[in-house]
Design a protein around this ligand. Sequence first.
Ligand code: B12
Ligand code: SF4
Ligand code: SF4
Length: 336
Amino acid sequence: MSPLEAREEIRRQAVGLGFDAVGVATLEPSRYSAQFDQWLGAGMAGEMSYMRRQAAKRREPHQIRPEAKAAVVTLSNYYHGASHSPLPTPRIAQYAWSEDYHRVLGRRLDRLAAVIRDVVPGSRTWPYVDAGPVPERELAQRAGLGWIAKNTMLIHPELGSFTFIGVVLTDAALPPDSPFEADRCGSCTRCLEACPTGAFPEPRVLDARRCISYLTIEKRGAFSTEESAMVGEWLFGCDVCQDVCPWNVSFAEVTQDAEFEPVRELQTPSAEIFRHSTPDTQHLYARTALERAGPEGMRRNADAVLKNLSCRDVPTVGDAEAAGLTGRSGKSVRAP
Ligand code: B12
Ligand code: SF4
Ligand code: SF4
């Protein structure tokens, strides 16, 4: 089999394993090292010290595994559609509604790695999902799977941005796909305007310290008064800058992936249940992405959300929606 035929066979079998899109990227140095260094230098990574520790490998992905020659990059659609719960109400970001994606995709990427070794006998493989120093969005863009948008998300033109990225590095000599060079954001700025905390100092730059996702998931310890107000009604993660995006409103389709079946307590969560660690919540930490914040982080988040919802002068996503800024209803946002 020629290298080109091998790549197409791997893509075909990857789709059979449940991946929604697959491409192959080179491991050449990052095109965006300067931007990454500026981001780190400005302190925008907050307390995510692993971003600094892994910086050299993120700039030069071939250093992650010097033996590797290519990255097989996958997208998995986890979109569940607009939530029907009345607002304002406590919320959890959609990516965390089902079994932890690290587990689901970890299993699937192991199977994809076996496919690569089978199609290219003698090759070696190293799977990654959101772990390790892999610059996943840039590799996905290079593999032709979409563009890095103004909200910093990787957007696939047909799937939208509610996707997980998974990567298998391999020493198989697979020919790369053509990078996705177009910027399909055009003049749109909806995500930048809708972010409830003003976390984008400029397009394609996210100050994690102001991002609700960072505050509720990555930040350790107590919130300052400002941070507590910033999280609004979000118990874990945040979807606002994706909910408003016309590429999601117009094109994203609800996932048919049985392994992303939502857990009811997460899809329509009560903040109260996270204030105490009980058997009702223990199972959630064991199998879902909530494990990252842990019971202590979720208690902190729940306290902030309950306080914010009890004093409605704090701007919430509900207010943004009432003002026609968000796309959760799918009606108030026009395509670009
Ligand atoms: C750290 C991290 C975070 C941080 C910081 C996010 C950020 N935007 O930097 C926090 C905790 C805030 C976060 C939040 C979320 N995250 Co996160 N996160 C990561 C992680 C581990 C590293 C990202 C990173 O390197 N950030 C540093 C910045 C500087 O890099 P970057 O975002 O990749 O940006 C590159 C480009 O923007 C480019 N660039 C810079 N300037 C310019 C200019 C132009 C013109 C262009 C084209 C490019 C460009 O250079 C940068 C460096 O390579 C990745 C997994 C991974 N290993 O890559 C997941 C990842 C990015 N996260 C993911 C998800 C799902 C989320 C959330 C949606 C979760 C949620 N609902 O709450 C939010 C989204 C918030 C947002 N708008 O980004 C997915 C994104 C999938 C996708 N389709 O894009 C990833 C890939 C995990 C995965 N395996 O699926 N995350
Ligand atoms: S995830 Fe939420 S807080 Fe973070 S940048 Fe997007 S809209 Fe802003
Ligand atoms: S909302 Fe507009 S600017 Fe933001 S990512 Fe989507 S298309 Fe790009």
